[in-house]
Structure formats: C-alpha cells, structure tokens
Design a protein around this ligand. Structure first.
Ligand SMILES: [Zn+2]
Length: 328
C-alpha cells in the first residue's frame, strides 16, 4: 500500500542536505548543465538544478524530460540539450545506451551518468563505459525517505547509509542483524521526523550488509541492494536467490530491446521480449538453455513478444518478477 509520509522543515532540511552532499561527494561541477529523464515531470528547461540545490548553491541550468518519451526522441533531446550530467532510471539508461550504440550516437558534453529508483544491474556500469566511456553513480532512495544511501565516491560497490538522518538495519527472517556478507530485510527509522515518525519501517527491499569502507567514511555500508521479495527466484529444491542475467550474455544469441522474466509457477517461466523480431524455435532453445544456466535451475521456458514492456506503477521497471507465493 502506498504510504504518504508527512514531514516538516527539519526533515526537508535533511533531505536537502543529503541531495547537496551527493553532488559534493561526486565533485560535480555545479556550473554545468543537469539533465533528468524521469517520471512525474513535465518536459521543461529550467534556470537551475532545482529548488533544493539553488537554495544552497549557485548552479547552472537544467532540463527535464518525461521518461515515457520514445527512446530515439530522448537521444535527440540529449544531443540538442548537451548536458554535463544525466539522471535517469537504470532501465531507461540501458535503453539509451543500446540505442546509442546501434546508431553510433555520442554526447561528448556528458561527464557522468546518475541512476536512481531501481536496482542498478551489475553489468550497466560496464555498458556505460563501453558505449559512452562514462561512470555511473547510483543512489539508494525511496519516496518515503529520500536518499537512504549514497554510492561511495571512492569505492563504486559500496553505498554509505546516511546515518545522520536514518537508522538503517539489515535483519534476517528472525529479526537478527545480518553480518557483513549476509542479505536481509531493510528496516528504516527516521531520526528527525517528529511529525510522522517511522520506526523500523520495512521498506520491502533486501540488501547485502557490507563491511566498513576503506575510503575512511564512518557511515555504515550497504554492499548491494538485492531488490524486493517479488524479485527473488524460487528454485524447485526450495532455495531462492535474486537472479542476475546480464543482457550481454544474451546478445550473441538474440537481438531485443527489452526483456522481462516472469516466474508464474515454480518451474514455469515466461520470457517477455520486446522486438525488433521474434526468435525462431531454434534460437528460443538456445536462449532457454542460457537462461536456465544463469538462473541455476531447470525450468520450462515459454516466450511472448510484446511490442513494449511497460514499467509498473511508479515508473519502475522490474526485469524479474516471481508470482510464486511463499510457502513459509
Ligand atoms: Zn566509502
């Protein structure tokens, strides 16, 4: 159920400070142009990076585009806007990079790509390096809390929990705190929201607890956000895990723009592929073999070919969904 969280001036101050901190940690040139392709916005050109940034800092201009815009038009827009920074969801960034590679489009003004709103797939940093030779900076945030953890500016793989503002716990199914290297449920408590306190609020994500970061920052570390329970694959033998199936593993086999995998029943998996073409029966077989290898299990795999795979409510794209109910 969507929860509307009320805040006050103090929570707004902390939200703002953590947005500014993210820019400062990553040494962004605030005089540059900032572009965002996201949901819930009208396309516009703006005089500064936003209300929060401009309250504390002098910034350059910004431009925003709604994420529902066709991917070719998004690329045209980026070429015309020539931003220094681009913020968007990981799934949209992947579509942009694939299309840019196909059409040999480069945007020389860009210095950094930022992502938010979805889990960052492990292979997306490599794709961004390959296509545009750019780094990707991710943030773990939510509607309820704003920035929860920021990517370490020194060690990409670590996310520093913003512990001045939030108490974030990672606990196992019995509620025991996870040791570094273990995956558990994320519980968040607000430290300054005296208007509507949230205590040990279960945000629905699972994350991998990390060790102290070698960068020297004392803020606790999340190593990886694994996703939600519905993004977890159930294996016939009772085990479960968050699957990883890098797109690049499939590109030698088939050409597609989007993929979504749905586990309907324990051994019944549907692969949804959006164009440009249908796969032949032979290619489907090869694809299924590769998929079973990556998912670490044997499944009956069927295929469907929607024209476009729409994001779920809230504009987030989930590339794996399990509809198998928990037996526990
Ligand atoms: Zn660090």
């Amino acid at each position: 159920m969507p929860v509307q969280v009320l805040g006050n001036e103090l929570t707004h101050l902390f939200t703002s400070v953590l947005i500014v901190r993210n820019h400062l940690w990553h040494h962004r040139d605030l005089s540059g142009k900032f572009a965002a392709i996201r949901s819930k916005v009208e396309s516009a050109s703006l005089p500064d990076w936003g209300r929060i940034e401009s309250a504390a800092l002098v910034t350059g201009p910004a431009a925003v585009l709604n994420i529902s815009t066709d991917i070719d038009r998004q690329l045209d827009w980026l070429c015309a806007e020539t931003p220094d920074y681009l913020l968007t969801h990981p799934s949209n960034l992947r579509s942009l990079l694939h299309r840019a590679r196909q059409k040999a489009v480069s945007i020389p003004s860009l210095r950094e790509l930022s992502t938010f709103g979805e889990m960052l797939p492990a292979d997306l940093r490599d794709l961004a390096r390959e296509v545009w030779n750019l780094p990707v900076t991710d943030v773990y945030s939510s509607e309820e809390f704003g920035n929860i953890a920021l990517q370490c500016p020194v060690h990409d793989e670590n996310y520093h929990i913003q512990a001045e503002n939030l108490l974030v716990e990672i606990v196992d199914d019995s509620g025991t705190p996870c040791a570094p290297g273990e995956i558990g449920r994320v519980l968040v408590s607000t430290l300054h929201n005296f208007t509507m306190p949230l205590l040990r609020y279960e945000i629905g994500d699972y994350a991998l607890a990390g060790e102290a970061c070698k960068c020297g920052r004392g803020l606790p570390v999340i190593r990886r956000i694994a996703g939600r329970r519905r993004n977890m694959l159930r294996l016939p033998d009772g085990r479960s895990h968050w699957p990883s199936f890098p797109y690049e593993e499939f590109t030698p086999i088939a050409d597609f723009r989007q993929i979504q995998i749905i586990q309907h029943q324990i051994q019944d998996i549907e692969v949804r592929l959006a164009g440009p073409a249908f796969l032949s029966r032979e290619t489907e077989k090869l694809f299924s073999a590769k998929l079973c290898e990556l998912l670490h299990g044997q499944f009956t795999v069927r295929y469907s070919y929607p024209e476009l795979i729409e994001p779920s409510a809230g504009g987030k794209f989930e590339d794996f969904l399990s509809l198998v109910a928990d037996s526990s």
